[in-house]
Design a protein. Sequence first.
Length: 322
Amino acid sequence: MKAIRFHATGGPEVLKLEDLEAPQPPARHVRVRLAAIGVNFIEVYQRTGLYTVPLPATPGGEGAGTVVAVGPDVTTLAVGDRVASFNLQGAYAEEALVAEDRAVRVPDGVDLRQAAAAMLQGMTAHYLAKSTRPLRPGDSCLVHAAAGGVGLLLIQIAKACGARVFGTVSTEEKAELARGAGADQVILYTKADFEAEVRKATSGHGVQVVYDSVGATTWEKSLNCLAPLGMLVLFGQSSGVVPPFSPALLAQKGSLFLTRPTLVHYAADRKSLEWRAGEILRGVADGTLKLRLEHDFPLARAADAHRDLEGRKTTGKVLLIP
Ligand code: NDP
């Protein structure tokens, strides 16, 4: 089978298409022939070496496809089942293994491309809005990179929870998309001071939650956007790592809360995986959750997918198609 591998960390060019043996599924695992593979920022962090992975590595965890082989002791899946997961083992490939208890069935009304697109970013948006600091009517929140993969989904879920949603984006085209997803006010943080804009729009009070995946360039002003007792949810660092700072800053700025969550812990057990994936995939099926799928690349062009994602050229989901 064809798979992308990198033997050393570096720029997008380290991602090469190679011929590998299709892996035999061990106990309680299945092998999936992938119809679509999700590209996520974590794979950029792994490729550059910000997050360490054993090398050589096939990146990727997210995808959807059809079960083609079943290992010993598998009880819930069979050859031919349509499944999706964000825990595939080396998803940038024609086929990949997944533990049976980390895959979910793709319901009728959701195609495999949609399922691949919805799993990781959808479940992330779900836990951010519904679990990390559950949003309620009357809350205001700020979503950075609002036209990105997580961003567009987080806006929709936050609005469904009844919150007022501010979004930041880098271009007017992205602003249009964030408004289309339901954002009440969108700020071009490349042109305007988002802290001043949020303060003005909230009569100086600030927002209850800031969802910050941009990191280095935004985190400090994000703290300044919060109302007393508000929460900074720092869940990524697309612009670079946040430097160390004193916890006393949180007291000075209003007894603030800071968390650095990851989906790993919010979908660790089967029950939370089924709850979050179930709500996201049902939302896609009934049209209440809209996906933006405008950036498909052939598997062989994984490097170009990374270039565009890192280069702020994409909106919504980036997919690789084997
Ligand atoms: P996005 O589609 O959001 O792409 C990243 C966006 O970040 C860009 O489009 C860009 O939007 C913005 N950005 C701002 N500054 C920079 C910069 N210097 N370089 C690159 N991008 C920049 O990606 P994803 O939806 O895949 O991921 C969003 C974030 O969420 C990532 O940081 C990722 O690590 C994190 N994440 C965290 C998870 C968790 O559980 N903790 C799970 C999933 C994702 P603009 O041009 O509008 O500024």
